[in-house]
Design a protein around this ligand. Structure first.
Ligand SMILES: Cc1cc2nc3c(=O)[nH]c(=O)nc-3n(C[C@H](O)[C@H](O)[C@H](O)COP(=O)(O)OP(=O)(O)OC[C@H]3O[C@@H](n4cnc5c(N)ncnc54)[C@H](O)[C@@H]3O)c2cc1C
Length: 384
């Protein structure tokens, strides 16, 4: 592809979280020689793709243009499962709860209407019967239920995608920090902290919250967002995943509760808060403060006391992760400055896991100079 005799690969992928792993898989299976470089180990807890589970849904309230990307991702999840034998996506149903004209349920309804998605709507009483753990619902609240939504498994998905990429010939360097990506000749030079330089025709930058480090100038903020698990005061079937499927629930003041019931064989529920920029700190991704203190979960615990009572007063487990957000909440995917040698995919804005595999495919299309499988003009890095 490069015609450069000294090139180490056609493409170097920098960062093997969910998006980079997906890109590496797609590039390798198309026959490109690809090297994936990851500063930590695979499936680490330092970036955004950690914590055992992520919500999957195609009712994309964040942008109607994301619906086809989620649909494509679902097909690719099935393909990755078939290729690797791993179980990665559980269609246990997903619920978007709140006022029908609100951001969460209303946004899901808009996406469902526009794309003719298979969703059902439960009124408050029906929701309460189906999911008794949800209490304190407002009179007009509804649940938009996507039966084919559910849970994806972040660590296992990364391991499966990287494993499938390796099986197609990709090379992987872990514990290798990339310090700079520069133009060199008619390709790129990828510099590592250990002094190694990898030459390739193109670089794909998928370093998650660290994108601003490698590509300054994008308006990205890195947000520290704790993930918390709670153990119920007493075991009860209302907290099991089949009675409390993965959900987002808009409550008064614009806060959004999210989480899901206990997985088979487990005792903890995963519950968290999306705060619309109110409670969580903007941090430097190199020094985000990984310790978790009561200040991280007190607002959430206050909400849970009336909205999902009986799940314990304090988390039994917590992790402080980080993610990058953009001013418009949309991703950054494309060629910055129309650079023919660099493709970026970042700015996940905390809703990007469900799109990982579709994004990997779009990135591979861009690297090959093809029209992306799913049009994503609204994620152009040059839009700011
Ligand atoms: C608490 C929380 C809950 C979420 N819930 C959901 C959800 O339910 N559904 C959903 O769809 N999305 C959800 N998201 C968002 C989703 O997790 C992210 O969109 C997704 O994980 C982003 O993956 P990524 O590959 O872009 O970033 P990351 O997973 O952060 O991967 C980036 C990788 O690059 C590596 N790296 C960085 N810099 C370098 C460098 N210089 N050299 C080499 N390697 C480097 C990092 O070590 C890391 O492994 C949530 C996010 C958070 C934080």
């Amino acid at each position: 592809m490069t015609g450069r005799r000294e090139a180490d690969a056609d493409v170097v992928v920098v960062g093997l979280g969910a998006w980079g792993a997906a890109a590496l898989w797609q590039l390798a299976r198309r026959g490109l020689s690809a090297i994936g470089v990851e500063r930590y180990g695979l499936a680490n807890t330092s970036g955004s793709s950690y914590g055992e589970s992520r919500m999957f849904r195609t009712a994309c309230l964040e942008h109607p243009g994301l619906v086809p990307l989620a649909q494509r991702s679902r097909a690719l999840w099935r393909q990755l499962e078939t290729e690797t034998g791993a179980h990665l996506l559980d269609p246990t149903g997903a619920m978007l709860i709140g006022p029908p004209d609100g951001r969460i349920a209303g946004g899901a309804l808009r996406a469902a209407r526009e794309h003719d998605l298979d969703v059902r709507v439960l009124d408050r009483d029906a929701l309460h019967r189906r999911c008794p753990a949800h209490q304190g619902l407002a009179a007009g609240d509804v649940a938009v239920v996507e039966p084919q939504g559910g849970l994806t498994l972040p660590e296992r998905t990364i391991e499966a995608a990287v494993g499938a990429a390796r099986a197609s010939g990709a090379r992987v360097l872990t514990d290798t920090l990339v310090t700079a990506v520069e133009h060199a000749g008619d390709g790129v030079a990828v510099h590592t902290a250990a002094g190694r330089v990898l030459h390739a025709a193109q670089a794909v930058l998928t370093p998650g919250p660290w994108l601003g480090r490698l590509l300054p100038g994008l308006p990205l903020e890195v947000v520290r967002m704790p993930t918390t698990w709670f153990t119920p005061d007493a075991p009860h079937e209302r907290f099991a995943l089949n009675r409390l499927p993965v959900f987002m629930r808009e409550i008064d003041g614009g806060d959004v509760l999210w989480g899901h019931g206990t997985l088979p064989g487990r005792t903890e529920l995963k519950l968290g808060l999306e705060d619309g920029g109110k409670h969580f700190r903007v941090v430097d991704p190199e020094t985000p403060d990984r310790s978790v203190a009561p200040a991280d979960w007190e607002v959430l615990a206050d909400h849970l006391r009336w909205a999902v009572p009986g799940v314990g007063r304090a988390p039994s487990r917590a992790l402080a992760g980080i993610y990058a957000r953009t001013p418009d909440g949309q991703f950054v995917i494309g060629r910055p400055g129309r650079d023919p040698r660099v493709v970026v995919a970042g700015g996940c804005s905390s809703h990007g896991f469900k799109h990982s595999l579709g994004i990997g495919e779009v990135v591979a299309d861009l690297v090959q100079g093809k029209e992306p499988a799913v049009p994503l003009g609204f994620t152009d890095p040059d839009r700011f």
